[in-house]
Write a protein that binds this ligand. Sequence first.
Ligand code: G3P
Length: 227
Amino acid sequence: MKLLIDDAHLDEIKKLCDLYPVAGVTTNPTILSKIGGNPFDTLKAIRGFIGEEAELHVQAVSRRAEDIAAEAKHIVNILGANTYVKIPAVPEGFKAMKILVDTSEILITATAIYTPMQAYIAGLCGASYAAPYVNRIDNMGFDGIRVAQEIQKIFNANRMETEVIAASFKNSQQVLELCKCGIGAATVSPEILSALVKNSAIDDAVDKFIADFEGFAGVGKTMCDFR
Ligand code: G3P
């Protein structure tokens, strides 16, 4: 399961990419609204930092299929290869996906997915990813993890190449549950990513090893000081 950062704050992205094996960055209009200004200033800075090999997911906001397709082409023209255009999995969005698959090489992430059937149809349209909103589904009284797992099963059973990119998490347990079943990718906020391995027992264990080493070797010493 690939891990992506669901955020647009460049300082956070830099910090997390430095520490974790991150495959890319996902954004949405709400995330971009937290930065404000020209969205391409934000997105170009992210692209510049993560490089052209990493995934950058950017959402189109038009409502009509033809406009979504035009917006998608505009986004990819500016942000380059490995830019996935997020398109809501609604009827006009499906039409836009078909237009793009027929007329371009643009990569599509079907988004705003609350039901397995949205994901299945997006997969038939040629989307590379389908993004179920785990926590938002939970908040509606359904089981977001289960919906994401069902979507994965549908893709497998129908031999579809579309991958799940699970989104909208409220805790690291949800991420773990999806990791266990081999979901394609999860995109998580900086807070959730940092919390994936946050545990005082881990910190205590590492502190004890360092203290024991310094106890016989000297404070600040490491294996580099010996040969
Ligand atoms: O990009 C969609 C998804 O990440 C939304 O997450 O936390 O706003 O439900 P959230």
